[in-house]
Ligand binder design. Sequence first.
Ligand code: F6P
Length: 325
Amino acid sequence: MELKCVGILTSGGDSPGMNAAVRAVTRAAIFNGIEVKGIYRGYKGLITGEIKPFKTENVSNIIQQGGTILKTARCMEFMTIEGRKTAHDRMVQEGIDCLVVIGGDGSLTGARIFASEFNFPIVGIPGTIDNDLYGTDTTIGYDTALNTIMEAVDKIRDTANSHDRLFFIEVMGRDAGFLALNGAIASGAEAAIIPEIATEQDQLAELIENGFRKSKNSSIVLVAESDITGGAMGLAERVKNEYPQYDVRVTILGHIQRGGSPTANDRILASRMGLAAIEALLEDQRNVMIGIQNDQIVYVPFNKAIKNDKPINRELLNVLRTLSI
Ligand code: F6P
């Protein structure tokens, strides 16, 4: 099929590097003679018709910007068949004949359903700080968020040391522990409490039995947000009640993790994936997410990327445990 016009949107939680991806998709499409339309506020813009033609200059000077110039939203209407029908009508009206969706799990789930209902060519790009998409070693925004966590924890360590305190620092990740585990290694934290191993062991009891950190007076524990871990607040309460000898404090890093200028790694990843998305469409690929495995671009069917849980690398657990003595 000859492609004439590609629509591009960002959806779900924003992540640093989304703009670099928007730039890459736009420029790669124009380079290949394909027209580009920017769709605002994710799937919502498809329904309301907030759509604008994009030229190369629309994406100038954005590679370094956090957030997304296309704005983003979590759209309830797109979850209904009526909403998706309106979105499809709008695309036909706009002459958009294929779509690139930049987002996480929820956004690609929407893309998969839409693509199969309307037999519409869609390629996904994994943009989420959570790094929780199967079939790709990393996602756009994850590296920047990890660096933000590292810098924040470095600062908290200063005050933790001065006061001989135990800090529980909660990081994002939805139901995945990648940010917590790698954030803990990068910041030299004593432990990470993550949902992936919560059913195997009582991670907090283990920490307490080991006396947190025998050789030091202060300790930092990174906690992945999730009902499964109980979050930083829950764990801190438990320690306060059971072990009043510890001077415990909690920091929830929150949305600071989603902002900021993307790292070089995220900009490069976004640029490669953006170009790959257009190449995939030109190769007649449909319903795939662009992934990266061992530094090679791969196409991952939506079904695989969404439905499988991405496993954590157990070697990393060992690194953290061994080095935090
Ligand atoms: O998926 C990205 C993410 O930042 C998660 O880590 C977090 O659980 C969620 O989005 C927060 O969403 P919101 O900004 O809508 O509160």
